[in-house]
Design a protein around this ligand. Structure first.
Ligand code: GTP
Ligand code: MN
Ligand code: MN
Ligand code: MN
Ligand code: MN
Ligand code: MN
Length: 198
């Protein structure tokens, strides 16, 4: 287990901790950008009400299991049931403190779930047509560009956005662990993300 990571048991043993569960939904795809750049994988994130990028999901309420809380949040934020289960849990760790908002005791859990491309498209439609939170807590789902353009765009520029909590490192770690981008591609994207754009 990587440093900082908690097992499910360790996380649940903290009886006065809050738990936030989010999921990275992804699929394979054969589509090509401009008919020539293979996109390879689709990864979904959301633009939040606060202008930050994050994954769909949220805080687990009292009396809910981690997955009950996550699946309820997904219904609210995506407008359809995407049933995520215990085996999909990939990473649990303490959340970093936010400026002006000490959050000692918040444990963030990231789940990953592979769907078919058609199911990703259904989620994208449902979140606009049926999600209770659409236009309120969630401004829309976004696909993460995983390729690099010649000017450092694509994943590099995407990573220079602002993210909630540790969502940026959750994204980077998951892309690597699931082999959705290579270590080399990721390294060059991280370099490009440090450039200033205006
Ligand atoms: P309400 O619907 O208003 O109850 O919000 P929520 O339950 O949907 O909570 P939210 O998704 O904002 O997540 C709760 C907390 O988890 C936030 O205060 C963030 O600090 C943190 N958080 C939000 N999104 C992410 C994410 O993608 N990754 C991580 N690690 N933390 C997140
Ligand atoms: Mn929510
Ligand atoms: Mn949420
Ligand atoms: Mn909530
Ligand atoms: Mn809510
Ligand atoms: Mn791959």
């Amino acid at each position: 287990m990587a440093s900082g990571q908690l097992s499910r048991e360790e996380a649940l043993a903290c009886t006065d901790c809050k738990h936030a569960c989010h999921v990275m939904l992804y699929s394979d795809t054969k589509s090509q950008l401009f008919g020539r750049t293979p996109i390879k994988h689709i990864v979904l994130m959301q633009m939040r009400f606060d202008g930050l990028l994050g994954f769909p999901g949220g805080l687990v309420d009292a009396g809910e299991s981690l997955e009950e809380g996550l699946n309820r949040e997904l219904l609210e934020e995506l407008g359809m049931a995407v049933s995520v289960s215990e085996e999909d849990l990939m990473d649990s760790r303490f959340a970093p403190p936010l400026p002006g908002k000490p959050c000692a005791g918040l444990i963030t859990h990231l789940y990953v779930k592979k769907l078919e491309e058609e199911q990703i498209q259904e989620v994208e439609k449902a979140c606009v047509s049926s999600a209770a939170d659409h236009g309120l807590e969630v401004m829309g789902m976004v696909r993460v560009p995983l390729y690099s353009t010649i000017r450092g765009g694509g994943l590099g520029f995407f990573l220079s956005n602002s993210f909630i909590g540790n969502a940026r490192s959750q994204l980077i770690n998951s892309l690597l662990r699931l082999h959705l981008v290579s270590a080399g591609e990721l390294r060059s994207a991280l370099r490009n993300s440090l450039k200033i754009h205006s």
